[in-house]
Write a protein that binds this ligand. Sequence first.
Ligand code: NDP
Length: 288
Amino acid sequence: MRVAFLGLGAMGFPIARNLQREHQVLVWNRTVAVAERHAREHGTQLLSTLQEAAGADVIVTMVPTSHEVDELVEVLHSHLKPGSLWIDATSGDPVMSRRTAERLAGLSVEFVDAPVTGGAPGAEKGTLTIMVGGTDEAFRRAEAILRPTASKVVHVGDVGAGHALKAINNAMLGANLWMAAEGLLLARRFGIALPVALDVLNAGSGRSNATENLLPSRILEREWPLTFKLALHDKDVRIAASMAHQKHLVSPMLALTSQMFTAALHDMPDADYVEVVKYAASMSSEEW
Ligand code: NDP
């Protein structure tokens, strides 16, 4: 199976390497040097032009947003092979994905949205959870391709359902991060040391991924690695807020989270997503 992989960023680079273990992977990246390095280090095949990707049986996209996916579809659509499968692993917009799926269906090309969760460490280890939206048949095809990079591949519904669930997941992550920051700042103002607060919260019912995994090394050891851009996380929270608007769901926490993330992004355009807690602290003239 020839798999063309487009977008070798923080996530795409290790995922394409994992897929190469079971498939013949052809790589393309906007910055060509990255694709050249991938081919050199992992034995993948370098595509000299983007158009050549259309000759593959499967195309996987892993770019920032559905807008970049649409740009790639625009370049490739007239060259695509009928019967091929487009797997969009980007954390995208479900409404845009449905439009893209319809456009490709007209060319007899199947589309699934297949965003991932597990972050850069999960991509490195091949232990991602992947949520797939599409037909039963397209899911079966996508699952067989994605297995080498995932612990779990779940069919969550029709096209768009994967992107919807991913946006919901990241909106919840965002709200948890923000609330954890407020709780820890409040504990410290009350005279409770941060290590003590974290120790107790993580043994209690207030714990979350934020308190257990994300915040201890950042706020205790002051290590702030760039693993997932705040700009991308903000995009996910905005997608979830827009879904709630379209579905007429009253969701004040989601709306507030979206507003706070956008405010933080204006202040720190190049930050990592966990650094949103620095913005939360700055609102009370605090630092970690
Ligand atoms: P990165 O910014 O590290 O990589 C983005 C990739 O997209 C790069 O290969 C970049 O190419 C390429 N790209 C950017 N703009 C364009 C364009 N206009 N046309 C073609 N290619 C383009 O992002 P991530 O890998 O972190 O994220 C990718 C997706 O995965 C996002 O949707 C993100 O939300 C999602 N995600 C990220 C996670 C994480 O922890 N990082 C976790 C789960 C999902 P170039 O090298 O030229 O810049």
